[in-house]
Each structure stands twice: as structure tokens, then as C-alpha cells.
Design a protein around this ligand. Structure first.
Ligand code: TXA
Ligand code: MG
Length: 309
């Protein structure tokens, strides 16, 4: 299939593709999404096919207004309301009990659905003009770094989807934070562009889900974001890490070493996509603010982790 590269003046065209059950990648403030009508099971099935995504990994549903979610979910917990007031539109994805109208394939058979309102005018206009909620995972081939430019999307998806709606670089660069608020203590199911500190300022203490938590996000069991190179992540105190990296770069001749500023959230995925050496060595960053999400992504991208005392 031919993949059209559309500009923002072509949103109408992009919306008509979505309405007809097609696939359109579009920019958001976090990463590019691969969108389809969330209420059309065949359209959603083609998202899974284009990405090679495991069928047990549910999709996030994107809306353009708070009013739209009433027909999609049962009740809106109080803490969800507070988070929506504080952070919508924005990288705050919330878990709700889903209504029948959302097909099982969209949520991989779960009785919950994750919904967010992206903070990007092109995305919002696309949702409004389509007249339906849009299911959209990140628009990369499953297992690869998420796309933060239209060129990244084209690289992974050309010939596999109907169109890419061009919208420059995504400002945040890391996916949204997924939060479950129906548990006694709210749980961050996936770290992301909204920091834990900012969430806690708004609703108090939250927990961060681990592989062994009872409540978790199905997607988190997969290794993700793998660059083509072997990535060695060196974690620990800054000076000790720098020493170790010197030693490793002598050992692995022809390897490349990343600097801490290369893995700033807004650059991380673009940098991982650009590596041309067989081995890349990367230092850890402090796990405060968005550093938590950066370290989560780096650990998933890494082939080897060296953790210094
Ligand atoms: O920033 C973002 O969230 C981007 C843009 C396009 O909005 N989307 C995105 O989608 O990152 P995706 O599919 O790559 O990641 C969605 C994550 C996965 O870890 C998935 O398992 C989790 O959200 N998720 C989706 N629905 C869920 C549910 N009902 N319960 C728990 N986790 C869910
Ligand atoms: Mg993804």
C-alpha cells in the first residue's frame, strides 16, 4: 500500500481515512501515535498487524474532550477527575472501567480501558474531525524505539499504513504516564512524561508498579526500545560511572559512548535510532523527575547492565 505523507492542512483527508477504518500516524506531545477508530474492531486489528504487536497488549484511546469519555467508561473515580483537571490535555493516561461500546480487541480483552487527551493541536483536530475516539499505540515497529518525528514513522511504517500526518518533532519525547487510580493507593503502571513528583503534588502518594505487582500494565513485560546496536548501560554514582565507561570504551574499540545530555527525554529515542556502531555505552542519569522514565526506557533498551556499588 502507498503511505501518504500529509501536512496539517490535510487533516480533513486524514480524518476521512480514520472514518473509513484506515490507519493514520499522527503527532502528539509525547511520541507519534498509530491511530485508528477505537470503536472499529477491524481497524484496530490492522494496528496490531502493522506494528507486529502482541495481541495481549492493549491500546490507549485518545479523546479531544472530557465529555466524550462518558459514553466510553462507567464511573470516573474522584482522583481521576482531579488528575484530568490538573493534566489534561497532557501525558496523563488513566485507567477506567470500559463500557461495551469499546471492542475487546482495543483493550486486549481487559474490562478496563486507558484514555488520554493529547496536548497537540493536530492530534486534537484529527480526533474532532474523525468524530470517533482514536486508539493509538506508539507508531513504531513493536520492540523498536518510539518515533518522535514523521521520518521515524515512515522508516518503520512505510507501505504498512495509509498515511502519516506530519507535525514536526514531539516536544516531550517519551510516552505518557499510565496511572491506575481505583486502587487504594494509586499506581503508576508505566513511567512517562508526567513525573511521579507532579502526580503526587496533585493526589498524594502513589506507588510505582513492578513486574511482580498485582496490578500492572500488560505492555511492561516486553523488552522495548531496542536499538540495532548492543547497548551497555552503566549505572551508579556519576564519577564511578565515568571511570567505568573510560575502561569499557578502551575495551570495545569502535564503540560509541553517549553523554548524559544525549539521553535527555526529548532526545532519547532519536539518539537510540541514530546509533551506527555495533556497541554503544550509556551512563545512567539520576532517577528524579523525568529521569525515572528515562532510566526505565534505558533499562529496557539495554542488552547489558553494569550496576556499580
Ligand atoms: O504517549 C503515549 O502514551 C503514546 C501516544 C501515541 O499517545 N502511546 C503509547 O501507546 O505509548 P503504547 O501502546 O505504545 O503504550 C501503551 C501502554 C502499554 O504499556 C499498555 O500495556 C498500557 O499502556 N495499557 C493500555 N491499556 C491498558 C489497560 N487497560 N490496563 C493497563 N495498561 C494498559
Ligand atoms: Mg509503545
Amino acid at each position: 500500500m502507498e503511505t501518504l505523507l500529509l501536512k496539517d492542512k490535510d487533516i480533513e483527508k486524514a480524518a476521512s481515512i480514520i472514518k473509513k477504518g484506515g490507519l493514520v500516524a499522527f503527532p502528539t506531545e509525547t511520541v507519534y501515535g498509530l491511530g485508528a477508530d477505537a470503536l472499529n474492531p477491524e481497524a484496530v486489528a490492522s494496528i496490531f498487524a502493522a506494528k507486529n504487536r502482541p495481541a495481549d497488549n492493549p491500546l490507549i484511546v485518545h479523546v479531544a474532550s472530557v465529555d466524550e469519555i462518558e459514553k466510553l467508561v462507567f464511573n470516573i473515580p474522584k482522583k481521576a477527575k482531579i488528575l484530568m483537571e490538573c493534566f489534561w490535555p497532557g501525558p496523563c493516561s488513566l485507567v477506567f472501567r470500559k463500557k461495551e461500546i469499546i471492542p475487546a480487541i482495543t483493550t486486549a480483552g481487559l474490562d478496563t480501558v486507558v484514555i488520554r487527551m493529547p496536548d497537540n493541536e493536530i492530534a486534537l483536530e484529527l480526533i474532532r474531525k474523525s468524530g470517533v475516539p482514536i486508539a493509538a499505540p506508539s507508531a513504531n515497529t513493536s520492540g523498536k524505539p518510539s518515533p518522535t518525528t514523521a521520518a521515524h514513522v515512515m522508516h518503520d511504517m512505510v507501505g504498512r499504513i495509509d498515511a502519516v500526518l506530519e507535525g514536526g518533532c514531539c516536544q516531550k519525547g517519551i510516552e505518557s504516564t499510565v496511572i491506575e487510580v481505583s486502587t487504594e493507593v494509586p499506581m503508576v503502571l508505566r513511567l512517562g512524561s508526567l513525573s511521579v513528583e507532579d502526580i503526587e503534588k496533585c493526589i498524594g502518594k502513589v506507588e510505582i508498579a513492578t513486574e511482580t505487582s498485582e496490578v500492572k500494565s500488560p505492555g511492561m513485560k516486553y523488552r522495548h526500545y531496542a536499538p540495532d546496536a548492543k547497548l551497555i548501560l552503566v549505572e551508579g554514582d556519576e564519577n564511578a560511572v565515568d571511570e567505568k565507561i573510560k575502561e569499557l570504551s578502551l575495551k570495545y574499540k569502535g564503540s560509541m559512548t553517549l553523554k548524559r545530555e544525549d539521553v535527555a527525554p526529548e532526545k532519547l529515542f532519536a539518539v537510540l535510532r541514530k546509533i551506527e556502531t555495533a556497541i554503544v555505552i550509556c551512563p545512567s542519569v539520576p532517577e528524579i523527575g523525568l529521569g525515572k522514565a528515562v532510566m526505565d526506557r534505558l533499562r529496557r533498551a539495554a542488552s547489558e547492565r553494569i550496576v556499580l556499588e
